[in-house]
Write a protein that binds this ligand. Structure first.
Ligand code: HEC
Length: 125
């Protein structure tokens, strides 16, 4: 088939080869990423969402809930889930006195509170 096509087809075949090689590398990469991520895509999205929600607290409670030694603001990292849920509930209901936490917790949905408590409980101190 290609024996009598001469130089032109040779150079276009070479061009085709390198493009094809690039394409298959690229496709391979995409498939690889898909395979690597596919089964975990949902849990990755959930984890990112959870982390972004918990980041609302970072301004005061530190990145990932870790404060500098001697800080007046309590660390959240490693705080037991049930303890945090109870504190946030009491702040929200106003039964635990607060300067700012009552306002912050009023803006959170139950789902956000759960996500935040789960996040910090599973974050090492
Ligand atoms: C504007 C700063 C600020 C932000 C933002 C903030 N906090 Fe607080 N947090 C405080 C302060 C100050 C206290 C001490 C109670 C008070 O005065 O409100 C506190 C106390 C707490 C406590 C009680 C800790 C203990 O040892 O009992 C918890 C739990 C808590 N915050 C969780 C959170 C969570 C979760 C978020 C994010 C949704 C958050 N905080 C965002 C400032 C903040």
């Amino acid at each position: 088939m290609s024996s009598n096509h001469g130089d032109r087809s040779f150079s276009s075949a070479r061009h085709g080869l390198s493009t094809g090689l690039f394409k298959s590398l690229f496709m391979g990469l995409c498939v690889g990423l898909l395979l690597a991520n596919g089964s975990h895509a949902q849990s990755t999205a959930d984890a990112l969402n959870q982390r972004a929600t918990a980041a609302m607290c970072a301004n005061c409670h530190g990145t990932d809930g870790r404060v500098v030694q001697g800080s007046a603001i309590p660390a959240l990292a490693g705080m037991p889930r049930d303890y945090m849920l109870l504190q946030l509930k009491e702040f929200k209901e106003g039964t635990r006195p607060a300067t700012v936490m009552h306002q912050i917790t009023k803006g959170l949905t139950d789902a956000q509170v759960q996500a935040i408590a789960n996040y910090y409980a599973s974050t090492p101190r």
